[in-house]
Structure formats: structure tokens, C-alpha cells
Design a protein around this ligand. Structure first.
Ligand SMILES: Nc1ncnc2c1ncn2[C@@H]1O[C@H](COP(=O)(O)OP(=O)(O)O)[C@@H](O)[C@H]1O
Ligand SMILES: [Mg+2]
Length: 273
């Protein structure tokens, strides 16, 4: 489904230094697979997810979606694929304020063609039924709890039937119990629809639900075994024990003000490939 080969992402800082966020990421995700990526904050997890979801372009390497090199797609084709093939779930839900629950879930269908466009309200309410919010269609999301808001976001991510669900810290703003419920839902809707699921998380119990777990550190993905060998936290970084790995030196923290404001803008002035 998805193949990343030696993906790099480098940005130019305001003082002209180059920041090498990703240094050669290899990753293959098959249809229906659940893959988790863990790593401390600032290691490039969101950058990687934004590249996977065609919200950002790599600086180097090759990204193939079902064999098609993304670098050869026109901007238009990339936008179409992003809307059609990917569903996004973010830590902060990213719901549209001032829009009702059902309007939020309908939003991705505004650009759909034909039947999906004309049936958008029915499709959105079906998805909301599926996530247990079929009786809250006309509520305002900001009145609902965090767990309910994340369920709206999941319904919105799924309403166009994506091939891949990309979840960036989906439980990060939720208490443990609510987070588990949200992950149960994500896992089951992914399984039902055969979509691949890529989850970024700080939480090992969330990561443990995936078939494969990677740790992003120093710009590369390292397989992480959460199995019988066990794993323990070093700071907020899980480290496989018994795999001969030692905690790496942590990269110096990057100042907060360098954090990207939004994933959709080209923030470095450089042309994405
Ligand atoms: N366009 C950009 N310009 C400058 N710095 C960036 C840009 N995008 C990301 N960064 C920096 O790269 C690092 C990785 O960011 P991010 O992918 O958001 O990490 P994570 O999601 O693992 O916390 C952070 O230190 C962030 O501030
Ligand atoms: Mg992040």
C-alpha cells in the first residue's frame, strides 16, 4: 500500500542552519495493517505523518503509494489522493468551530463527486451512528467531551472510506480510559473497512495494539519489540530491553517557536518536491 525509501526532510532555520528532521526513513505499510510509531517529542513524528498523508513533501528519498511515486503526481493529483485515500485524526481533534457535529463529518464530502456529494448528510450520520454519536448530529462539538470530540474526528476521517488512517497522538488529549475507548473504536473501524492504520503515540499501551511498532530517533525508524523481551521507558522514550540497544543520547530540544504552526503550509520557504 505504502512504501517509504530513504525519506529525508530537511528545513532551513531562520538563521540559515539546516535542520535534518528525517534522515532516511524506510517504512512499508500493507493494506489492513496497524503500525505504531513512538518517540519523544520533537523527533519528527508529525513530520513523518504529514509526509505519509501528502500534507508535506520529503526533501529526498522515494514515497510510493500502491506503486505510484508520489513525486511524479501533479499537485492536483496529490490533493485528490489526499482526500480520497487518507483520513486524519489529530491530538487536538481539529474540528471546525461553529459547525454542528454532522456538518463537521460532512465537510470532507463537500469536494466529493456525484452520489457521495448528494448523500453527504446521510453518509455522515451513518458514520456518526457507527461511532455512537448518532443522537448528537445537531449538537455543537465544543459542548461535547474530549472523547466524544475525538469520535467525531474519527467519523470525519472515515466518511470518505480512506485506505489509510493516520492518527497523530489520537489519545494525547484524553484520559487513559477514554483513550482506550477511542483506540478500540479506531482499531475496529480500521479492521471493518480494511484500512491501514498508522498511529503515532507517546503511550506504550496504545502502541502495543499495533502489529508493528517503531521508534523514531535521530531521524530514522528503529523496530521496537514490545514483546516478551519487554520494553521500558527511558524518560519518555521507550527502549527495547534485551535487543542489545542502549538509550541513545537525546537530541537537544528544539525551541518551541520553531514548531510548525500548521501542517498544510510550506513553512521553510523551500519548494517541496
Ligand atoms: N518547517 C519547519 N521549520 C522549522 N522547524 C521545523 C519544521 N517542521 C518541523 N520542525 C521541527 O522539527 C522537529 C520535529 O517536529 P515534529 O515532526 O513536529 O516532531 P514530533 O511530532 O515528533 O514532536 C521539531 O523540533 C520541530 O520544531
Ligand atoms: Mg507531533
Amino acid at each position: 500500500m505504502i512504501d517509504l525509501h530513504a525519506i529525508t526532510r530537511t528545513v532551513r532555520l531562520p538563521d540559515d542552519r539546516m535542520l535534518h528532521i528525517l534522515r532516511g526513513v524506510d517504512l512499508t505499510v500493507a493494506t489492513g495493517e496497524h503500525v505504531a510509531v513512538v518517540g519523544r517529542s520533537g523527533t519528527g513524528k508529525s513530520t513523518l505523518l504529514n509526509i505519509l498523508g501528502l500534507l508535506d513533501a520529503p526533501s529526498g528519498g522515494e514515497y510510493l503509494i500502491e506503486g505510484t511515486p508520489v513525486s511524479r503526481l501533479s499537485n492536483r493529483a496529490r490533493t485528490v489522493r489526499r482526500g480520497r485515500d487518507f483520513g486524519f485524526v489529530f491530538q487536538q481533534f481539529n474540528l471546525l468551530p461553529g459547525r454542528s457535529v454532522v456538518e463537521n463529518v460532512m465537510a470532507p464530502l463537500m469536494y466529493a463527486k456525484g452520489r457521495a456529494f448528494w448523500r453527504r448528510r446521510a453518509l455522515a450520520s451513518q458514520m456518526l451512528d457507527r461511532v455512537g454519536l448518532g443522537d448528537r448530529l445537531d449538537s455543537m462539538p465544543e459542548r461535547l467531551s474530549g472523547g466524544e470530540q475525538q469520535r467525531i474526528a474519527i467519523a470525519r476521517a472515515l466518511v470518505r472510506g480512506p485506505r489509510v488512517i493516520l492518527a497523530d497522538e489520537p489519545t494525547g488529549a484524553l484520559d487513559v480510559q477514554t483513550g482506550q475507548t477511542v483506540m478500540d473504536l479506531l482499531d475496529s473501524v480500521a479492521a471493518e473497512t480494511g484500512a491501514a492504520l498508522v498511529t503515532i503515540t507517546h503511550d506504550l499501551s496504545v502502541a502495543a495494539r499495533a502489529q508493528r511498532v517503531y521508534r523514531l530517533a535521530d531521524g530514522v525508524l528503529v523496530p521496537l519489540d514490545l514483546g516478551s523481551a519487554g520494553a521500558e521507558w527511558v524518560g519518555d522514550v521507550p527502549t527495547a530491553v534485551g535487543a542489545g540497544t542502549r538509550p541513545r543520547e537525546l537530541a537537544p530540544p528544539v525551541p518551541r517557536e520553531l514548531e510548525p504552526p500548521a501542517p498544510t503550509r510550506a513553512r521553510d520557504g523551500g519548494e517541496p518536491r
